[in-house]
Structure formats: structure tokens, C-alpha cells
Design a protein around this ligand. Sequence first.
Ligand code: GLA
Length: 730
Amino acid sequence: MPIIFDERAKTLTIHTDGTTYQMQVDEIGNLLHLYYGRRTEGALTYLPSRFDRGTSASPYEKADDRSYSLDFLPQEFPVQGAGDMRSPLLVVRDAQGAFGCDLRYARHEIRSGKYGLQGLPAVYADSDADDAQTLSVVLSDDRLGLEVELLYGVLPHLDVICRAAIVRNTGEGRLTVEKVQSACLDFVHGDFDLISLAGRHGMERVPVRTPVSQLSYVVDSAKGSSSHQQNPFLLLADRDTTEVAGRCWAMELAYSGSFKGEVARDQYGQTRLQLGLSDELFSYPLEPGEQLVAPEVIMSYSTEGFGRLSQNLHRCVRERVCRGYWRDRVRPVLINSWEAFYFDFDGDRLVEFARLAKEVGIELLVVDDGWFANRHDDKRSLGDWRVNEEKLGGTLAQLIAAVNDVGLQFGIWMEPEMVSEDSDLYRAHPDWALAIPGKSPVLGRNQLVLDLSRPEVCDNVFAQICGVLDQGPVTYLKWDYNRLITDVYSHVASDQGKVLYDYILGLYSVLERVNERYPQLLIEGCAGGGGRFDAGMLYYTPQIWCSDNTDAVDRLTIQYGTSFGYPCSAVGAHVSACPNEMSGRMTSLGTRAAVADAGTFGYELDLKELSDETRAKIREQVTWHHRIAPLVQQGTYHRLTNPLTEPLCAWEQVAPDGSQAMVSAVVLETHGYGIPRFVVPRGLTPGARYQDVVRGDVFEADALMEMGIPLPLAMKAGEYRSYTYLLERV
Ligand code: GLA
């Protein structure tokens, strides 16, 4: 049984195959956190130390005991108002306007299966394979009429524990939640680094490693989306933890809106890591009987460095967050019209594009932006999702049929959450946009955000999506989102502090309805590239366009960082033209494909402009991708080098049974008479032999994992050479 209650010690213990998590109800009903680490048995109630800590305040019952203060005791759900002056998970105001609550243990329940969350994404369990269990612990503040249900879901074989919290008003007065986060981990000692994923548009999710100190470190977004700049992912590690050795903990939020993660060491050298909703532009009133669900945090722990931690998260996200028809399926190789044509196309050009794509083995054509209403540029028409028949030379149904006749599946781009001021939708319903009355709205890409906190707006968005998808066999939808939310004002909200959270609930409800109605539709998320790349979106869209930056060398860093929290099956990666449209950099077609091979593969260039020879190479690349795609989709991923600090970027996917492995490398530094570089694979079957199916060489696995493969040194080979080895166990 993964979850155990010890009546005598008052401990609740959660075991996974490799880890243990423990909490304790103490003598005055506070829920203390005791342990999250390597699997162990027994009660760890001795870990929190108690002695007089000077100015730290004590609860009323402990007036004579200065060794008891929540200001230093490790807790499961620290709140503002009970004496803990560190950052809380919950701040509540009562009907009189007073801040402060005091939550004590009320009851708990252990159930089989993994909990779900109403209206929000959550890890799910396979009832046959997972042996999942749920622990629900209810804490209450009787004065306020406030209950908080802490949910713990354990998937023991994945070494994953999930947490969420539900705040309920069980009293008679209005309560206002000013801050709520889902989970924290309190460590009674340790010298840690935080690794978070930071960046910008076109350079998302670059890992940043920062020593934890008494200065609090905040990783957040108040933009209404999880953002390009920070990702809802926190990794805490011992100072000496590496890719392959040492302790580390991860927290990943399954939520796509504003979030806040914090880490700080307290005055006594203890560390708190916490993650949940952002409290900026947030103030959520709860009337009697109402509740607020704090989204799920997925946690994992590894003693074998970052590599193992990421692998745990990859399995969890790939197999227990992503759902539906496409979860385990290899995705079609696609070609997207955006970087090929931008807005400049007509129906004939698209059909010709499809014909050339078919010749090289591509399976799906995606018509990106520009196919609807008066959308000749990015200034207008969002919200009017009716095809521009004049531009396409016919109906959407006819275009789909023409593309299908060529032998390709059809996919389409939409940006359903947005509206342009120059659109019929906006002219009919100006109050459907988030905008503050009397204030000129802040624009992003000339557009406004629809108020998805309103059910009637969600209904319209859903109906318009159906109106497009029902035109014919559309097998793929690129769901884009190209600005952030600045003017947080809904024309109907009872309280503006609810809008950003309710917006996300609205978004998820539309995505859920689309998934239900079109169960075989492949949806690729996108937000100006990777501006909303999170486990929340992955519950609805099994892949996300990783970045608008398709430069192969920049992509090495972006995909390296993304891999800390997310599997290859989620990463949209395409080969585009050179010089790259963003960086101007030249890389070979082979290197561009080797980098895109590590994701859901496709092309984003005008095939007509390429020579016959180049198109023939692309045909080979597509055939190659089909061969390796199952390995990329299902394989165990290893980061073999760090491209931020090393002259080589190398990575590897190993089949779950070890029978196959693909090792890829791109040389980042080029010198005359260069230094030999070696790439050292991991995860091969010890004692086995492997053959490189490309070159025929046979290697001993043990030697490979010790000394690696020397990369060929060639004069005048140029910059950014890539090498791929497909190893098969013989
Ligand atoms: C965003 C996306 C691009 C493309 C354009 C279309 O920038 O990230 O891939 O779809 O919108 O306008």
C-alpha cells in the first residue's frame, strides 16, 4: 500500500517505488512536513528540531513553550496568520477585511485511484497498471468557516507524487482568497541550487542555475499565460548534483495561466520551495458554499541526478498527462505554410505545396495564418473564422478535398482566444474583449484577448472552431495564442480579481469540448512559439510548437532546456530555410533535420524554391524520421552534454527494452586542426554489443558507456556538423 497512516505516531506516509514522503499531525493539530527523499521506513518525527528561537511567535496554546513556532517548523500547507513569517501558500481575508487564518487537521481519507480536479487538468492513473492511491487531508479554520482539502495522488511506479488543494468556504460570510499555492516542500537543512527555465520569445526555457539563499527567488508569470520568460517548473538540487549523480526534486505545475514559484532559505538555514497560482492581479472571493481549486503540482525526486528526474517527468507527462488517440502514436510528418509563405498564398499555391510535399513523403499540410476573412496581415480579422473564398479560390471544403486528393491530410491554424478590433466579431460584441472601460487597451500584435471567463464567449469560440473543423476531414489544428493579457477587466465579472483564473477555466472547458467532439484531432498548442509550454496545455494538446525560433543551433539550447520537464513527444520541431529567418545563421540541411528529429518532426519552408537534389535529401530525411520516430516518441531521453557550457550538444533516446538507441550530436565549436570530440552514450544494456546501423560498426556497450564514440574529424567540414548513430543490440 503506497499510503500508510500510523495511528500512534500520527504520521501519514506515501511511498513510491524509490521515494518516501511523510507528514505528521502534531500535538496541536498542525500538519508538519517531515520528509521527501530516498525510500525509507519508520517515523521521521525527530527531524524537525524544537528549541527556543527568540523572536519567532508561538500559537496561543503554546504560550509557555517558546520551542514551538510555525515560523521554523516544516509544514505541508503554511498559511498567513498562524505565526509563520515565511512565504505562505494561503492568504485569506474574512468578511470584516481581516487577514489571517489558522488551519488545523480535521480528518483524512485514503482512497484507491488518483484524484481528478473539476475543470482543471490533472495526472490520471491507469487502474490496471499504476496501483495509484489518493490521500485527502482536510484542514479547517472553524472561526472562518474555511476548509482546505489537500490532495496527494501517488503513482508509485512512476516515482511521482501529485499535489493540489481545494479551498472551501463552509461558513456564513464571504471569504476572499488573496493568495493560494498548491504545494510546498520544506527542508530542515540543505545547501541547494534552484534550476528554473527562463528566456524570451524565440529563446524559451533556457536553464538557469542559482544558489538558494536567504534572498527569496521568484519564478513567475503575471501575464495570464505561463509565458516565454519563465516556466512553471522548479528543480531544487544539492550544490554538487549533476546530470547523472546527486539528489534533486522537481515541481511542475499543470496549469497554463499566471503562476508563482518561490524558493528561499529561512533565518535558520531551512529551505522552502513552493509553487501555485500567482497572487498578482488575483483576489478571489468565495461566497458561502463556494470553492477554489489550486492546480496540480507534479513532484518527483531522484538520487541519480537531473537525468533520472527528467525521465520520471517525461513518463508522467507523456503517459499520464497527455491523453487520447495521439498519446502513444507517432505523429504525422507535416509541412507548415507559415515560414514558407507567411500571408502570401492562394489555393493553387497551397495545392502545389501539397503536391511537392507528397513527393518527398510528407503526410500532412498545415495551412497557417492568413486563410480567413480579410487576414492579409496581422492587423485584422481574428474572431471571424470564415474562409476567405476569394483568396483560396473556393470553399474550405474544396481546399481540403484538393489536398486530400494529392494524398495529404489537412491541418489548419486558428487563434481562437483572440479578437481584432477590425473584425465583425468585435463590432458585434465589443464587450467580449478584455478591456477596461474608458482606457485605451494595451495592444499585442494589434489584437485583444476574448473574455473566456464568460460562458457565452466560450460557446461562441467553440461554435466557430466546429464551424471550421466541420468543413471536411481536418486531422490537425494548430491552436495559437499570440499576446499576453494586460487589461484584466471582464464586463460581467462580479470581481475582477477572479478573471485571470476563470479565463483559464474557460480555456480548458473549450479545449475539453473540442477534444470530446473530435477525439482523433491532433491539436498542437502554440503561443508565439513556446509561450504556453506547460503540463496544463499538454493535457489537451499532446504537442506544442516549442519556439518560433527554428534556427537549429538556438533550438539545441531551447530543446535542451525544455527536456528538463517535458518529453520529446511534446516538442514541435521543424526544419526551416537557411539563412534562418530570425538569426540569419547558416546550418546544413542535415543538421537542421538532426535537431528537428528530436521532436514531432516537420518542415516549414517553400519546397518549390529548393533544387531537385535538396528535395531528394528531404525525402531521405522523412524516410529516416519514420524509422526513428517510435524511439523519439517512446524512448528514454538522456542529455549527454550541456550545450551552454560544452563545445558539443549531444543527446540520446534509448528504447524502453534497451534494444535500440539513437545518439545525436552537433559540434558547436569549429577549429582548424580541431580537438577530437567523443560522445558517450548511456542506458545501453551492460554486457551487450550494439551495431551502428548507418555505418555498420559494432561496439561493446560497456566500452561505449565508458569512453564513447569518437566523432570523425574532417578538414573543411564547416560549422555545426551533426552526427547520428542508430545503435541496435546484436
Ligand atoms: C505565431 C506562431 C507562428 C505562426 C504565426 C502566425 O507567431 O508562433 O508559428 O503561426 O503566429 O501568425
